[in-house]
Design a protein around this ligand. Structure first.
Ligand SMILES: Cc1ncc(COP(=O)(O)O)c(C=O)c1O
Length: 387
C-alpha cells in the first residue's frame, strides 16, 4: 500500500516538474530572463488551504512578503484581508480595491505621519507593543482599535522576530488598560512566532499565554474580541524536505483556539510566506562559466542583490534546478555583480551547463523580489509575470 502511494507521489511530482519546465520554456521565449513567474492557481490553492485548515481564522495577507499589484489583486478577488507595515503599503492595497475595514496596520512602531494616514484612510485596526506608541496613536488616531503584540517563543523559526518586537506578556493587560484611558479601543492580543516556524509548540504556547490575557481582561471588565495569531506558517522550500506539515500543525492550532477562548472571540492571522512563497518560480540563465578551485563556476543573471536577496534577509536556502539533464558534478553558482559576496552556492550537484542554460528555483515567491535592490552594478531584478 505504502509502495503504491510512493509510486503515485513520484508520478505526480514528475508530471508537476515537466509542467513547470514547459511553462519556463514558453515564458522564457516570451519575456527573457531573469524572470519571476507567479502562478495564480497556486496563490488560490494556498489561500483555500489556509481557509480549509483554519476555517475560524480570517487571513490578512502580509503584503511585505510580495507586494506585486497582481498578487494583491488576486487576493482582493478571493476576499482576503491585508496586513500592511506602512502607509505606502496601506495606500497600495486601498488603491487595488481592498476595503479599509479589511486592513490591519501591523507594525508596532509607526511614524506619526503614517498613523495620520491610517486615520484619514479609515484604517482603524493596528498593533502596538509599548506605551510611547499609545500616546502617538491616541493623538493622531483617537478611537483606533488596537491589539497588544506580545513577545512569544520563536524557537526554531527561520527568522527571529521576538528579538525586536513584543511586550512582556505580564504587561499586556496594563498596556491595554492604559490604551482605554487614552481613548483607544483595546481590541485584543497579537503575536508572531517568527517566520517559517516549523515548531507548532510556538503557536500553542503563545495561544495559552494570550488566553490568560483574555481571561484577565474579562475579569477586570474589559473583554477582548480579537486574537491575532500572526504569520510564520511554514512552506516546503525543497522537494524532498521533511518535517513540514501545515495540515497537521493547523489541526493542533485549531483545537487550541476552540478550547482556550470564548466562542465570541474573532481570530485573525497575518500569513505572508505561506500564501505567496509556493507560487513563485525564479528563472535565471547562465551568462558565464569558468573552471576554478577544481570545479565549474556558473555565473547567473540574477544574484544576492536582486531576487536571491532572501538568502541574506530571510536566511533562506533554495533548491537550484536545471533544465539540462545528465551526469551531475559539484559546482558553484554565483550572481552577476562584481562582489564575491554575490555567491549563491559552492556545492550544487548539477549537470554541466553552458552559457544560456536555465537555472531555476521553485517556492521563491516570498521575501525575494520584495527585498531586491534594483540597479546595483546596473543589474535589474527579474521581470515579474503572473501566469
Ligand atoms: C508583523 C508581521 N506580520 C506578518 C508577517 C508575515 O510573516 P510570514 O511571512 O512568516 O507569514 C511578518 C513577517 O515579518 C510580520 O513582521
Amino acid at each position: 500500500m505504502r509502495q503504491a502511494q510512493n509510486n503515485l507521489k513520484q508520478l505526480k511530482s514528475k508530471s508537476e516538474i515537466s509542467g513547470i519546465e514547459n511553462l519556463i520554456r514558453v515564458m522564457l521565449k516570451k519575456h527573457g530572463s531573469p524572470l519571476m513567474l507567479i502562478r495564480r492557481s497556486v496563490l488560490e490553492k494556498q489561500f483555500n488551504r489556509f481557509r480549509k485548515c483554519l476555517p475560524q481564522v480570517t487571513p490578512y495577507y502580509a503584503i511585505k512578503a510580495n507586494p506585486h499589484p497582481g498578487i494583491i489583486k488576486t487576493f482582493v478577488k478571493l476576499g482576503a484581508s491585508f496586513d500592511v507595515a506602512s502607509a505606502n503599503e496601506m495606500k497600495l492595497v486601498l488603491a487595488l480595491g481592498a476595503s479599509p475595514s479589511k486592513i490591519i496596520f501591523a507594525n508596532t512602531i509607526k511614524s506619526e505621519k503614517d498613523i495620520e494616514t491610517a486615520r484619514r484612510r479609515r484604517v482603524r485596526l493596528m498593533t502596538f507593543d509599548n506605551e510611547p506608541e499609545l500616546y502617538k496613536i491616541a493623538k493622531h488616531h483617537p478611537g483606533a482599535r488596537i491589539l497588544v503584540r506580545i513577545k512569544v517563543a520563536n524557537e526554531g523559526s527561520q527568522v527571529e522576530l521576538s528579538l525586536k518586537f513584543g511586550a512582556d506578556s505580564d504587561q499586556a493587560f496594563f498596556l491595554l488598560r492604559k490604551a482605554k484611558t487614552l481613548g483607544l479601543v483595546p481590541a485584543g492580543v497579537s503575536f508572531h512566532v517568527g517566520s517559517q516556524s516549523t515548531n507548532v509548540e510556538n503557536y500553542l504556547q503563545a495561544l495559552e499565554i494570550s488566553a490568560n490575557i483574555f481571561k484577565e481582561s474579562k475579569k477586570n471588565g474589559m473583554p477582548l474580541k480579537i486574537m491575532d495569531i500572526g504569520g510564520g506558517f511554514p512552506i516546503q522550500h525543497f522537494d524532498r524536505e521533511i518535517g513540514i506539515n501545515f495540515e497537521r500543525m493547523t489541526c493542533q492550532i485549531r483545537k487550541h483556539t476552540k478550547t482556550s477562548f470564548d466562542r465570541n472571540v474573532k481570530f485573525i492571522a497575518e500569513p505572508g510566506r505561506f500564501l505567496v512563497g509556493p507560487a513563485g518560480i525564479l528563472v535565471t540563465q547562465v551568462i558565464g562559466r569558468t573552471f576554478r578551485n577544481n570545479k565549474n563556476y556558473y555565473y547567473l543573471n540574477d544574484g544576492i542583490y536582486c531576487d536571491f536577496s532572501g538568502m541574506v534577509f530571510d536566511h533562506c536556502k533554495y533548491e537550484f534546478k536545471t533544465l539540462r539533464r545528465g551526469q551531475t558534478f559539484i559546482s558553484a553558482l554565483a550572481g552577476p555583480t562584481c562582489d564575491s559576496f554575490d555567491t549563491l552556492s559552492m556545492n550544487e550537484e548539477i549537470p554541466e551547463l553552458y552559457v544560456g542554460d536555465v537555472v531555476y528555483v521553485k517556492n521563491i515567491g516570498a521575501y525575494s523580489c520584495a527585498s531586491a535592490t534594483p540597479g546595483f552594478n546596473g543589474f535589474p531584478p527579474a521581470k515579474i509575470v503572473l501566469v
